[in-house]
Design a binder for this molecule. Structure first.
Ligand SMILES: Nc1ncnc2c1ncn2[C@@H]1O[C@H](COP(=O)(O)OP(=O)(O)OP(=O)(O)O)[C@@H](O)[C@H]1O
Ligand SMILES: [Mg+2]
Length: 379
């Protein structure tokens, strides 16, 4: 690459002599006779090195240096000083002049100064390349890490899923076996029992695929002005027969006169259904038999939020270890009865609403789940 330099001096003689010397050293030389002209040429040609007289009429060398550095901090600026320009020279150090050569100019000393400037330029270029390479390296590594993490997540998901599906197919096979026995023996009791088992597992797989769809789906909330009582009432109507069958009291505790709020009613219904199902499971699991089992769905107005739902039970409760893990995918303490997707989906849906879900629970003392939804999910 051709070396290029801008020479600035108000004396034509010096411009001429120095131009020749610089050309001999292999430079492509541009010249300017004052600071204004120098700035104009600089903006246009961007030479990496500027050699300028320190004393010039109008704009002196210091001012030119200052402006050049402002425009392009990496430019190497060498000052030409006369004897007795010591004050100016010191000043130009402050503005980061690369070097000084004193008049009358000795070609050898000039060349040394220029070589030093070239070295600095080369060094800076190398440093830039290193930094860029380093940045690229970090980007590549990060990408690889993200991919590895994603693969691990996919692996976990597949493992969890196959576990869930194995449970369900196990249930289906069992049901089919009992049903076949019923057919074989013309036994009405077996027929019914087998059929119930199959029906239960068909429900399970339906729920699983619904949950998975919700989980895989990109955020696509159907937010509308909703009656906050509606999803809660729907869940209670849906679950009351099952609760009754199990001897659990499913009750509503709704604050009156709540305004409409903005959320996706179907999805919030799904969340409440997950919470109530878990609460019922917790009541079944708690076999202490000391008190009547009860699940409460509460709606209330909370300052700063659109609406708050609570699902309370006096079931088995959770210890600290379980509480830490409940929102993780496929975490379940229910063996073949649970997939561990319910709360993960619930949290995802609440997060997408910019709401919060919290839990208070103690082993043996029941659980309280809180869902707070903002007035509007998007501010
Ligand atoms: N109300 C509750 N009381 C006690 N434990 C609970 C309660 N709710 C959730 N848990 C615990 O959190 C775990 C995770 O719940 P989650 O709903 O995600 O999965 P699951 O109910 O096990 O399976 P499913 O995918 O069928 O819902 C449960 O297995 C249970 O241990
Ligand atoms: Mg559940």
């Amino acid at each position: 690459m051709e070396k290029s330099i801008l020479l600035v001096d108000d004396e034509e003689g010096i411009r001429k002599v120095l131009s020749i010397a610089l050309s001999d050293m292999g430079y492509h030389v541009r010249t300017a006779e004052n600071g204004v002209e120098a700035l104009r040429i600089f903006k246009d040609a961007r030479p990496p090195i500027v050699l300028t007289d320190i004393k010039m009429p109008e704009m002196d060398g210091i001012e030119l240096l200052r402006r050049l550095k402002e425009e392009s901090p990496d430019t190497e600026v060498i000052m030409i000083t006369g004897h007795g320009d010591m004050d100016l020279a010191i000043k130009s150090v402050k503005y980061e002049a690369t070097d000084f050569v004193t008049k009358p100019i000795n070609d050898e000393i000039l060349e040394i100064a220029l070589n030093r400037a070239q070295e600095r330029i080369a060094m800076r270029q190398k440093l830039n390349e290193y930094t860029q390479n380093l940045e690229q390296l970090v980007r590549d590594k990060t990408q690889k890490l993200i991919e590895a993490e994603r693969l691990a997540a996919v692996g976990q998901t597949v493992a969890g899923l196959s576990h869930a599906i194995k449970n369900i197919t196990g249930g289906l096979k069992g049901g089919a076996f009992v049903l076949e026995k019923g057919i074989e023996l013309s036994d009405q009791k077996y027929l019914l029992q087998g059929w119930e088992m199959i029906k239960g597992n068909v429900d399970k797989i339906t729920n699983l695929s619904l949950d998975l769809l919700n989980y895989a789906k990109a955020t696509d909330l159907n937010v509308q002005a909703c009656d906050p009582y509606e999803p809660a009432q729907e869940v209670i109507d849906l679950m009351r027969p099952r609760a009754q069958e199990l001897g659990i009291d499913l009750v509503s505790d709704f604050s009156p006169n709540l305004n409409t709020s903005h959320f996706d009613s179907d999805l919030i219904c799904r969340c409440l259904l997950n919470l109530v199902t878990n609460a019922i499971d917790a009541c079944i699991k708690d076999d202490s038999g000391t008190q009547d089992k009860m699940v409460t769905v509460r709606i209330k107005k909370t300052r700063g939020w659109g609406v708050e739902y609570q699902v309370l039970d006096n079931g088995c409760g959770m210890n600290a270890e379980i509480k830490r893990n409940i929102f993780k995918r496929f975490f379940s303490t229910k063996g073949s009865e649970g997939t561990g997707i319910g709360l993960m989906i619930t949290k995802k849906i609440i997060d997408e609403h910019n709401g919060v879900i919290e839990v208070e629970s103690q082993e043996g003392a029941g659980s309280k789940f809180f869902i707070k939804l903002p007035k509007k999910p998007n501010g």
